[in-house]
Write a protein that binds this ligand. Structure first.
Ligand SMILES: [Zn+2]
Length: 454
């Protein structure tokens, strides 16, 4: 088995993946805060870590992927208040839509999808352990983490305490600074406030948890301490992940994760996309416009650590790539690929083993396609390599057998065959248009005519 290298944000270097439990890899990625439907930017970590799981499974690891749902959070209270509806109802509806929208990506579900609202017992026990160990203190019904009690605070995001701002103060419904010993301390528990329509009982009075402790508790419940890869968007590095790491170090005396893996942001080019603008384009609208194959292709086409431009041109390009590969698949036969092409298949997986370099992997896949078209491999070489590569990229659907045309389309196609036999080409062209209007392309080949979905 080749070594798998992943960029670790803490060390700033590529680290070999050396699982805590040999042969098994645990991945926790921060999921969405459910206050609105998810946008294309939220889909990126979902796709990156779902594909990473596919790759690690291909490499022989038993891989567990956990992506949480943050359903207790300031943003949810704010959005519910703005819509004059209960926060639980809003979070419940948006959670269901998040599942539906990510189902439409066709990548399957993560192994565990914990909800913060269903993890309250573990969250409260975590906070109690931090108070017990003098890393946290209660103040006016709130509980804060004492950042000065953690000597390694700042080592994940490479920030000095002087340059930090938790982003908690001065906003509505955030705790007032005077409850904190230090402005850099961050909230583990927030006392119930007027205007918040949910609260949970705790040893410090009714309230609700801070965002960061929710993730430490959900990750530990699913994977234990010291699991292999903690993922999420690069915008979460500070304060969210720095605080998660500090909490676990303080409460458990060990690091939460061995490798911290961050995906770059989707960058809006400012043009109008789908029905919305740029980064806020809802995922379901983008899938509706371009199809799931093109959306997965687009998200896998950039290196996960780099920003990815979101533009109509990029999605059109992905759509064209999808059609091209689907077309190539039709010229292959089901079965073993030529052994001469093994080296390209191996190079594809080498690219993924070196910091999950999907653009490089796609370049190798394209080279495989070019070489497989060589006459030396006959009319229809076997597709097994391409199938193996596309499966890891979540694009195995490109090799699916074309769907069977419905009876009315078949009927039009036979009438067209007849018209052609009678050399009535005007009628044949009209029938071709009728078939196209029903969503099918009729293609004439040496073996007769074929119907393909448009
Ligand atoms: Zn998180």
């Amino acid at each position: 088995m080749q070594p798998i290298l992943v960029h670790d944000s803490r060390s700033g270097e590529l680290q070999p993946l050396q699982p805590r439990d040999p042969g098994r890899v645990g991945i926790y990625a921060c999921g969405p805060t459910v206050y609105s439907r998810i946008h294309i930017g939220n889909a990126r970590p979902f796709v990156v870590f779902s594909l990473l799981k596919r790759f690690l499974t291909h490499e022989g690891f038993q891989t567990t992927l956990v992506i949480n749902v943050t359903d207790v959070n300031d943003k949810i209270y704010d959005a519910a208040r703005a819509q004059d509806r209960p926060s639980e109802a809003l979070a419940g509806e948006m959670t269901a839509l998040y599942f539906a929208d990510t189902d439409a990506l066709g990548l399957g579900r993560p192994d565990h999808e914990p909800l913060a609202s269903e993890t309250m017992g573990s969250i409260i026990a975590y906070i109690a352990a931090l108070i017990e160990k003098d890393h946290a203190y209660e103040s006016g019904g709130d509980v804060y983490f004492d950042v000065h009690s953690d000597a390694d605070y700042g080592t994940l995001s490479h920030r000095r305490l002087d340059d930090m701002d938790q982003g908690e103060d001065g906003l509505d419904f955030h705790p007032p600074t005077d409850r904190k010993r230090d402005p850099l301390d961050f909230a583990l528990w927030k006392a119930h406030k007027p205007g918040e329509d949910t609260s949970w009982p705790s040893p410090w009075g009714p309230g609700r948890p801070g965002w960061h402790i929710e993730c430490s508790a959900m990750a530990e419940d699913a994977l234990g301490v010291g699991f292999d890869i903690h993922g999420g968007g690069s915008d979460l590095l500070f304060p969210h992940h720095e605080n998660e790491a500090a909490q676990t170090r303080a409460a458990r005396g060990r690091e939460l994760a061995r490798i911290w893996m961050h995906n770059g942001m989707i960058q809006s080019t400012g043009e109008k996309m789908a029905k919305s603008v740029g980064n806020i384009a809802p995922l379901h609208e983008v899938i509706g416009q371009y199809g799931r194959d093109a959306v997965v292709m687009y998200l896998a086409s950039g290196h996960y650590r780099q920003p990815l431009a979101f533009s109509q041109a990029a999605l059109e390009q992905a759509k064209a790539n999808v059609s091209r590969i689907r077309e190539v698949g039709r010229r292959l036969s089901r079965g073993d690929s030529p052994t001469d092409l093994d080296r390209l298949r191996d190079t594809f997986f080498d690219a993924l083993a070196r910091d999950f370099n999907t653009p490089q992997a796609f370049a190798v896949l394209n080279e495989w396609i070019r070489e497989a078209a060589s006459p030396m491999y006959g009319d229809a070489p076997g597709d097994s390599h391409l199938r193996e590569m596309l499966d890891v990229l979540g694009l195995e659907s490109l090799l699916a057998a074309p769907a069977q045309a419905p009876a009315d389309v078949e009927e039009l196609a036979s009438r067209r065959e007849l018209a052609r036999a009678e050399r009535d080409f005007a009628a044949a062209d009209r029938l071709r248009d009728e078939i196209a209007a029903l969503g099918w392309e009729v293609r004439d080949g040496p073996a007769g005519c074929e119907l393909l979905p448009l």
